[in-house]
Ligand binder design. Structure first.
Ligand code: PRP
Length: 189
């Protein structure tokens, strides 16, 4: 019996080219943490992570920030593993605690088309935070479909498909501690 579902292939991460090592990521995360610490000196901030990809960057970034902070998380519908966006973003999990009057930083693993962050920024602004900024580990400016920029960017990268440090291919590889290039020939169609 034949099946119409294509087999996905999951080559070992160790065979993939490293784009950024865990040391480079840790260094940039420390630098961004220091910048945020200086920018928000004497204040409290709320870090809002976008599940699931941002969980690892948020965990490291929070430990590099020396001002009072709390965490919250949101989840939005993914536009799928296909690299083409449908443009539709939907909230699946909202914040747990009010952010009105608070200094908020949305934390992402990757800013790609900008559709997710553009939607989330609009949504969070409705809660009337005192301020709202965006921190992202990776930024792919070439892919932008809507105009949005992050305030804190660890690395700007070209249009290459990456995995590791929270980022997945069909949910795999999130725990890989370097950021690696996923080979084009292994992408299922
Ligand atoms: C990724 C990433 C961002 C979004 C960025 O999430 O974590 O949320 O895509 O893309 P955009 O700028 O084109 O909107 P994904 O949907 O892969 O879910 P995940 O975080 O659970 O991996």
């Amino acid at each position: 019996m034949s099946t119409s579902t294509p087999e996905l292939s999951f080559p070992p991460a160790s065979t993939m080219e490293i784009l950024y090592t865990k040391e480079q990521i840790a260094q940039r995360t420390r630098e961004i943490g220091a910048q945020i610490t200086a920018d928000y000196a004497g204040q409290s901030i709320v870090l809002i992570g976008v599940l699931k990809g941002a969980a690892i960057f948020l965990a490291d970034l929070a430990r590099a920030i020396q001002v009072d902070n709390t965490f919250d998380f949101v989840a939005v519908s993914s536009y799928g593993r296909a690299r083409v966006s449908s443009g539709a973003v939907k909230l699946i999990k909202d914040i747990d605690n009010p952010i009105e009057g608070k200094h908020v930083i949305i934390v992402e693993d990757i800013l790609d088309t900008g559709l997710t962050l553009s939607y989330l920024r609009g949504l969070m602004l409705q809660h009337k935070p005192a301020s709202l900024k965006i921190a992202t580990c990776l930024d792919k400016p070439e892919r932008r479909l809507v105009p949005i920029e992050a305030d804190y960017v660890a690395f700007k990268i070209p249009n290459q498909f990456v995995i590791g440090y929270g980022m997945d291919y069909a949910e795999r590889y999130r725990g890989v501690d370097d950021i690696r290039l996923f080979p084009d020939e292994a992408v299922g169609h």
